[in-house]
Write a protein that binds this ligand. Structure first.
Ligand SMILES: N=c1c2ncn([C@@H]3O[C@H](COP(=O)(O)OP(=O)(O)OP(=O)(O)O)[C@@H](O)[C@H]3O)c2ncn1[C@@H]1O[C@H](COP(=O)(O)O)[C@@H](O)[C@H]1O
Length: 104
């Protein structure tokens, strides 16, 4: 999924196309791409808070796309992200509440 979006973004980078939104983002630069990542992340949060499944899917698609554009712009490949996930796979999380602070 992210792979396809990333490959499409890389293709636009290599061969810009008139009217392409991806090229519009690349032309505007990293700050614009990151603003979109932040904006779409907030929209995912609001959609999830409202328990609106269609909107969650819609906004998640938007953030996946903008993340793929960010990866293309920063020179990180989905393969590198995959490697991080694989490194974590099978490791048990050790999450617990921290103990109360007794003295200040
Ligand atoms: N998956 C996406 C995708 N998801 C979201 N978007 C665009 O992201 C934009 C986000 O919408 P917003 O309303 O937040 O943004 P906006 O108001 O249009 O613009 P700004 O806020 O950035 O100024 C929309 O214009 C969507 O079209 C996408 N644009 C492209 N893709 C994929 O990328 C491929 C190449 O697209 P182009 O680069 O446009 O040819 C497409 O075939 C798609 O597969």
């Amino acid at each position: 999924m992210i792979n396809d979006l990333y490959n499409q973004a890389m293709a636009r980078k290599k061969e810009p196309k008139s009217g392409s939104y991806t090229n519009y983002l690349f032309d505007k630069g990293l700050d614009k791409i990151l603003k979109k990542v932040g904006e779409e992340a907030t929209e995912v949060v609001i959609a999830a808070k409202n328990a609106d499944k269609a909107e969650i899917a819609n906004e998640t698609a938007d953030i996946f796309y903008h993340i793929a554009v960010m990866l293309a712009e920063t020179g990180v490949t989905p393969l590198e992200v995959q490697a991080v996930l694989e490194e974590r796979h099978g490791k048990q999380s050790n999450v617990h509440d921290r103990s109360e602070i007794q003295e200040y």
